[in-house]
Design a protein around this ligand. Sequence first.
Ligand SMILES: NC(=O)c1ccc[n+]([C@@H]2O[C@H](COP(=O)([O-])OP(=O)(O)OC[C@H]3O[C@@H](n4cnc5c(N)ncnc54)[C@H](O)[C@@H]3O)[C@@H](O)[C@H]2O)c1
Length: 249
Amino acid sequence: MTEKNNKVAVVTGGSRGIGRAIVLALSGMGLDVVCNYRSGKDAAQETVRLAENLSGRVTVMKFDVADHGSVKKAFKEIIAEKKRIDVLVNNAGIARDNLIAMMKSDQWRDVLETNLYGVFYCCQAVTRQMLKQRYGRIVNITSVIGFTGNAGQANYAAAKAGIVGLTRSLAKELASRNITVNAVAPGYIETDMTSELPDAAKEAMLAQVPLGRVGTPEDVANAVKFLVSDDASYITGQVIHVNGGMFMG
Ligand SMILES: NC(=O)c1ccc[n+]([C@@H]2O[C@H](COP(=O)([O-])OP(=O)(O)OC[C@H]3O[C@@H](n4cnc5c(N)ncnc54)[C@H](O)[C@@H]3O)[C@@H](O)[C@H]2O)c1
């Protein structure tokens, strides 16, 4: 689908993995995409290059979603320059796995600050503009782990489950102004985040996937693409599970 338009999208953590695939998918729809990154400028530039090869419009912007002041400043700049923000995809996320008995408060805090506070900061930063426009599409990337839990990932699961509550509440708050807020919950997707897992863990996860293959970043991006398209204008407060049947919510 190519919808040539003047819509502006912001994707957090777009320098690699699922975020990169989302940036490419949205720029492929004709959106003007701001690709946020925290570190890894080269990777972010590579995302831009890949988009340009597909005639997409992508610019990069460095900020840390866990830093409230930086988020406010960045979105102010984006709105000043682009005059609007139509789509926000909260994709940036980290994992700091440990069993609860051993978990350091830093590990707990870092994950909550990036994966949950970061989503809150970015949602809040676009809300006023979207209300003014009477249009907006917010998509939050949660995880199957937010639904099933996982030993060694209490911090990650808490943050990802928190995103679901935030998504539903915000969907109710903003619906009257034609702003939809949804979540996408990936299962086991092949990215840098999962490549570090031991082979045994990968095999165990794959064994739980009825479709019998690992997901790709594009599988997730396709769901995001649908949720921001006009075809999804009557869908809000929902979670789309992209997990090969690993969990059926
Ligand atoms: N890969 C999977 O199997 C899987 C499964 C379920 C959910 N997810 C979620 O999908 C999202 C993307 O995951 P991925 O696998 O592509 O991970 P990844 O580690 O490959 O990429 C994460 C991206 O987020 C960015 N990021 C991290 N902290 C940031 C911060 N504070 N500010 C700005 N950017 C930041 C990173 O720079 C990177 O670009 C995450 O929210 C993750 O939790 C991934």
